[in-house]
Write a protein that binds this ligand. Structure first.
Ligand SMILES: [Zn+2]
Length: 74
C-alpha cells in the first residue's frame, strides 16, 4: 500500500480513514498554507492585471457546486 505524499511539504503520510473526503495534506497547517498561497498568488495576479475577477467568480461557482468544495476560511 502506498502512502499519499503531501503536495505542500513532500511528506508521505497515513491518511485518516474516518470517511469523508480523501485527505490531501499531511496536516492542517500544510492545508492552510496551501490555501493561503493560492489566495496570495491569485491576488498578486489580479493586482497586476493578469487575472480577471471574472475568472475567480467562475472558479468559485464551480467549486461551490461540487460536493468537494469546502474552502474553510483562515
Ligand atoms: Zn505537509
Amino acid at each position: 500500500m502506498t502512502r499519499p505524499t503531501c503536495p505542500w511539504c513532500g511528506t508521505s503520510f497515513m491518511p485518516r480513514s474516518d470517511g469523508g473526503k480523501p485527505q490531501r495534506f499531511c496536516s492542517p497547517p500544510c492545508r492552510k498554507k496551501y490555501h493561503a498561497g493560492c489566495r496570495a498568488w491569485a491576488e498578486d495576479r489580479v493586482n497586476r492585471g493578469l487575472l480577471p475577477i471574472s475568472a475567480l467568480k467562475r472558479a468559485l461557482a464551480q467549486r461551490t457546486r461540487s460536493p468537494e468544495g469546502d474552502l474553510s476560511e483562515g
